[in-house]
Design a protein around this ligand. Structure first.
Ligand code: NAD
Length: 419
């Protein structure tokens, strides 16, 4: 869909949820406008000595329920509309899982796969410097997203701390454990997806032992979700990344594939081979004969064009915004149950919240405590969404939006408009 606009997609769902809640325009009009949009230019000295200027964005959508929270993405398609959409989704996501944050998102328009590690570092440090006036542990707290990771967060935190003159681990989450990160954070989004698969499978009486699964995206979210699902007894038949997809009728050796990919920066599935593994296209992956499909790459994947071919009866959205509204209507007509992004991939922000608590209180939690809290939080959010959807006789996506909008609007009304 060439005229796809991610921000308008989210606004459409927001309007529908507000209507179902019986809200007036005045009740929720603020949610349609991000509180702050920042655009910065980022001059970076490249390894060959030349200077390139990249464009960076940070959108602070809603601070009604707490400091802005949301990841930083490095990708060639990043633009203001994408970041605005993702920032709004973060406000909704934090409200669905009821963590005391608002929503934000940031990004740089850059093909990160073409940058050396030292260029990535200089770009990140420049971005942190430019955003310095508008972020902070109680203002706006970034985290990793597409093509960013713990290493990038460590540079970001170090630059912020240098500028502020005090060690500020709470300014970003998703840091490596030795510099204030939390155990369990790296795997949190993928682990949360597994928990959501488990909960929806219980509701729909699907046995996870031997359940057939396809996963789009082999990065932090997709790779980890596939690993956790395999441990639950699922058979991962297909996995894709930007280079294409791999398939095995007997189930892929996911731990082996992910270990291979993570061993060297820049490796893709195109470099992987194993007996009984064949190559298929990304579109073929989406239409595999599976029980569960996990889109965990980018937005605008399940569209009017690809949705009709989907055979999975359950979709758990690992990515943010993988399904367009047109794709969503087709899935509903075909009886596919979708666990929506703002619930399904909230495990990351949940453990980010735990990391931030540890940073600002100067305490350390062990993995058992993190995992137990993550599970409690995600299962409670699932049941809240499920019950909202059942009561309103609507989809889980609409249930999640209704729950989130109601929580934000309630907080907004209590605070009032100051001036
Ligand atoms: P990542 O950079 O670690 O991985 C992205 C993966 O998608 C890579 O394997 C990449 O090759 C693949 N990919 C890119 N384009 C593709 C295409 N056209 N077809 C198939 N695969 C493609 O990023 P990530 O952190 O795993 O994020 C993935 C999604 O999950 C994004 O939508 C992100 O916003 C969302 N998300 C991430 C987190 C987190 O904690 N990292 C939390 C919540 C949501």
């Amino acid at each position: 869909m060439s005229n796809y606009n991610p921000y308008e997609e989210v606004l459409r769902t927001l309007d529908m949820a507000a209507e179902m809640l019986g809200l007036s325009d005045d009740d929720y009009i603020q949610l349609k406008y991000p509180e702050r949009e920042v655009k910065v230019s980022l001059p970076v000295k490249m390894d060959d000595g030349s200077i390139r200027v990249f464009e960076g964005y940070r959108v602070q959508h809603s601070g009604v329920r707490g400091p802005y929270k949301g990841g930083i993405r490095y990708h060639q398609n990043v633009d203001m509309d994408e970041i605005k959409a993702l920032a709004m989704m973060m406000s909704l996501k934090c409200a669905v899982v009821d963590v005391p944050y608002g929503g934000g998102k940031g990004g740089v328009t850059v093909d990160a796969t073409r940058l050396s590690t030292s260029e990535m570092e200089r770009l990140t440090r420049r971005f942190a410097t430019r955003l310095y006036p508008v972020i902070g542990p109680h203002i706006d707290i970034p985290a990793p997203d597409v093509n960013t990771n713990g290493e990038v967060m460590a540079w970001f935190m170090d630059t912020f701390s240098t500028l502020s003159g005090q060690l500020s681990p709470g300014v970003v989450t998703g840091k490596p454990v030795p510099v204030g990160g939390s155990v369990g954070r790296r795997d949190a989004t993928g682990c949360g997806i597994m928990l959501m698969v488990r909960e929806i499978a219980k509701k729909l009486n699907l046995n996870l032992k031997g359940a057939r699964v396809a996963v789009q995206g082999a990065g932090n979210v997709g790779g980890t979700a596939a690993t956790f699902l395999q441990r639950e007894g699922c058979k991962i038949l297909g996995l894709s990344d930007v280079s294409g997809a791999i398939y095995s009728e007997d189930g892929l050796d996911i731990e082996g594939v992910i270990t291979f990919l993570r061993a060297k920066r820049g490796r893709t599935l195109a470099d992987y081979s194993a007996p009984d593994v064949t190559r298929i296209s990304n579109d073929e992956l989406l239409s595999l004969n599976v029980d569960i499909l996990i889109p965990a790459a980018l937005e605008n994947t399940i569209t009017g064009k690809t949705a009709p071919g989907i055979k999975a009866k359950i979709i758990v959205e690992g990515a943010n915004g993988p399904t367009t509204s047109e794709g969503d209507s087709i899935l509903q007509q075909n009886g596919v149950t979708v666990v929506p992004d703002i619930l399904a991939n909230a495990g990351g922000v949940a453990v980010s919240y735990f990391e931030w608590i540890q940073n600002i209180q100067g305490v350390k939690w062990d993995e058992e405590k993190i995992n137990e809290r993550l599970e409690n939080l995600m299962v409670k959010a699932f049941n809240d969404v499920w019950n909202t959807a059942q009561e309103a006789k609507t989809s889980l996506r609409m249930g999640a939006y209704m729950l989130a909008v109601d929580r934000i609007v309630t907080a907004s009304k209590l605070r009032g408009i100051a001036y």
